[in-house]
Design a protein around this ligand. Sequence first.
Ligand SMILES: [Zn+2]
Length: 111
Amino acid sequence: MADYPRHPDREEARLDMSISQVWAAERISCPHRDILRAYLAGGLEAAAQDYVAFHLEVIRCPFCLANLEDLDAATSAEKEELRQRLGRAADRTVSSSAVFLERLRDSGAGG
Ligand SMILES: [Zn+2]
């Protein structure tokens, strides 16, 4: 690994500040909503996960933080809906199995 000369701290801080100002003003680095969704699900590659984490936790981009909150709420609602759908499907499976077993018994094949 090559050793790159480090900027003096003050210059680095000034650079960081102007970059975050540009970021905030232009939103040039904002990850797409789908990326944020994948980030929430933990489904990003390590480098992408780090990038999004930096964007959210260090830059604290208000747009993406709001987006993330929105996605998080949507994800919870989707999970709840899925749970209810699965519950209904399980109920249907149980009752159709009961009907099937009853017919089987009625036809004399079950006994
Ligand atoms: Zn952003």
